[in-house]
Write a protein that binds this ligand. Sequence first.
Ligand SMILES: Nc1ncnc2c1ncn2[C@@H]1O[C@H](COP(=O)(O)OP(=O)(O)OP(=O)(O)O)[C@@H](O)[C@H]1O
Ligand SMILES: [Mg+2]
Length: 443
Amino acid sequence: MKSRKGNVLVIDDEKHLLEVIKLGFEEDGYIVDGFYDPVKAVERFDEKDYDAVISDIRMPGMSGIEVLKYCKEQNPKVVVILITAYSSVESAIESMKAGASDYITKPFRMAELLLRLGEALKMVRIEEMNINLRSEKIKEYEFIGGSGKINEIKEKIKKVAGTDSPILILGESGTGKELVANLIHYNSKRTGKFVPVNCSAFPSELLESELFGYKKGAFTGADKDKDGLFKVANRGTLFLDEISALPIGLQPKLLRAIQTMKFIPLGGTKVEQVYVRIITATNKDIETLVEKGEFREDLYYRLNVIPIYIPPLRERKEDIPILAEFFIEKISKRLNIKKKEFSRESIEKFIEYDWKGNVRELENLIERMIVLEDSDIIDMDSIPKMSKKSEMLNTLNLEMLERQAILKALERSEGKKKKAAQLLGVHPSTLYRKLTKLNIDYT
Ligand SMILES: Nc1ncnc2c1ncn2[C@@H]1O[C@H](COP(=O)(O)OP(=O)(O)OP(=O)(O)O)[C@@H](O)[C@H]1O
Ligand SMILES: [Mg+2]
């Protein structure tokens, strides 16, 4: 049984000290087992679920470092605090390297040991909570797609999440830049928050005070101190969206803050130090802005350490049916509506369409169709906007023209492939090959 405060294993070959420590922990509400023989103690460790182990370092039979290594191997989450007889720097360093949460030097006061244990257990619990939160968020921000391009991005997200390098996410509107930024944050071990800020949403002075904060009296209306987003995002991630809209006057200050992780709030005198991961995004052609002198080159290079480019949806059509299925499931669940099915034609139209608004447009359209369609099948009639011919034929993309020609031929031949091939002027085997290649399921 677990007590509220936790199960503790105490090991010390000095019987008197062992009793004192044991009693101290018990009085503070822990459930304690005490051993003066370390070999017996680790045997017991195997049998019971301990939250913490407090062990002397120098003992006959087995050293505290060996106890530490053994226990950590069995249960990496267990808190181990070692007791050293002298303030020997080497043994302290050695114990921390081997994974001790803390160490304490004899003689010590019980209150001090209780405090250290309380802190170490708190850290473990915070870390556990963070892990739970992160895995929930990773589920919430699922990045869907089966195309090679999407898989490459997924790989990259995992690879860069653990680093500090600035990341610049590029892609048209609605391709999932903010989603990717979230995923990078929640795949990292950062303990701070994910803080998004849209640089195009504020006039210059306001953006500056948003980012760096201000002190009371810095300007009219500043009637109390306010933390900037750099500080709010400390130990976390600051996501600067629409970075191309960052006023040129503010760019040197941002560059300095990113390089040094230090800044002074408006009207302040004290330098603040933070540790923040910077992710930026834009749907504009930022290189052209650099060439035109509208965006500082030095800042651009600093932000563009790791670029991630998300291609538009029309360049990865194999993702469309997968995304459509994902959204119909997700939105039906959210709206608490029985899940509808897409007709084959509607999926075909989806694949042909050019999705200028990318995944966001697809998501919104599916929501509209789910809400407006009364029957269980989502058909082309439910998509008034897309059934307009002009919108479907505005392409010069060869693959798309081919797809359209094949579909039209199949329609006219009422699904008879031999006749369709004749209409297309190709051998039926060519048609079959193309149906497979273009993933057209026409039976
Ligand atoms: N691959 C994907 N899988 C699942 N959902 C996606 C995917 N890509 C985008 N989305 C969804 O599409 C919507 C738009 O994505 P997001 O806001 O990240 O786009 P954006 O690139 O930041 O667009 P903008 O440039 O307009 O700000 C969001 O609801 C997002 O969850
Ligand atoms: Mg966005």
